[in-house]
Design a protein. Structure first.
Length: 315
């Protein structure tokens, strides 16, 4: 079994899962990139059974030169899954030996790196500035990010039907695309108004396949393309730079970090997780069939109070 053949078979298998919507496009892209790193590191004609611990150690060293600890750990995990697939499918007779040098960074290393990088969130005054200086689609996206903890893929994939219903009811019901987990979020008046404005001025999608999306760019395309091109992140980063608020690792996704951090002040982590779209694999999560709307409203009210009414807290 050559490295090229293993990667082709692995990606074909993952493509089937993508076609049946058991994984999302981003996950498939990550697997594709992992296979590209395997081929680049070992050579496409290298026999899988010929790979030794020192080969994997050298590959990890190469990967670490362009990745931080978290990204490195994720890539090591994906590469391991490719070779596990080979053994599980009977393509090789015994598991691959990675040696001691092809492991994910330790928890200590991750903690140190996180501390060195600083907090991955916004302060209220920063976020107020960002919101006040934004307009149109970007403003709606930012408000969805801090009100409902939406990431770029969540926003780009939001159905037009869900957006219109949210404008009518002030409640956004939308399973998270990444996990399929049910999610329900009460909209602030600011978020609702911004969303309504964007939907009203929505352009006709260029591709018929995007007809059901709530948001399209001024060119009629997706904001986050299947290729990974993320126009939301680009527009947001540009705004941060213009406002001199850009910091390492603090981009659009930091809105989710901010929401999680501030919403925790509600003392209702179950409801915070529900708005975030996090998987609850606990026994309580198995039995829980419903979360009362008042609890969800209380969670987003804590974030709203923190963001827009700081002066009241100081009185």
């Amino acid at each position: 079994l050559a490295v090229r053949d293993l990667c082709n078979q692995f990606l074909t298998s993952k493509r089937h899962l993508l076609d049946t919507r058991e994984i999302v496009e981003r996950t498939f892209r990550d697997y594709h990139a992992a296979c590209a790193n395997i081929v680049a590191g070992f050579g496409k004609t290298r026999l899988v059974t010929d790979l030794a611990a020192n080969d994997f150690e050298q590959l990890r060293k190469t990967l670490s030169e362009t990745r931080g600890p978290v990204a490195l750990g994720n890539e090591v995990g994906r590469i391991r899954s490719v070779f596990k697939y080979a053994y599980d499918q009977g393509l090789i007779d015994k598991p691959v030996r990675y040696g001691q040098g092809f492991k994910k960074p330790s928890a200590k290393t991750l903690r140190i790196a996180r501390a060195a990088n600083g907090k991955r969130m916004f302060e209220a005054d920063e976020l107020n500035t960002v919101i006040n200086e934004s307009e149109g689609s970007l403003k709606a996206f930012i408000l969805l990010g801090i009100n409902c903890a939406f990431g770029q893929s969540d926003i780009s994939s939001l159905p037009l039907s869900a957006a219109k219903k949210a404008i009518e009811t002030s409640w956004l019901d939308y399973p998270r695309p990444k996990t399929g987990i049910e999610r329900r979020c009460p909209l602030w008046s600011e978020t609702k108004d911004a969303l309504a404005e964007v939907v009203e001025k929505r352009r006709k999608p260029k591709d018929e396949a995007d007809a059901g999306l709530a948001f399209v760019t001024k060119y009629g395309g997706r904001w986050v393309k299947p290729t990974g091109d993320d126009a939301i992140a680009k527009e947001f980063t540009k705004l941060l730079k213009d406002l001199e608020l850009k910091r390492p690792r603090v981009g659009f996704y930091a809105l989710r970090h901010t929401f999680e951090t501030i919403a925790g002040g509600s003392m209702d982590q179950v409801s915070v997780n529900f708005v975030m779209g996090h998987v609850d694999s606990s026994m309580a999560g198995v039995y829980r069939e419903h979360i009362h709307d008042d609890r969800l409203r209380a969670v987003v009210d804590v974030v709203h109070q923190w963001l827009f009414h700081q002066e009241r807290r100081g009185e």
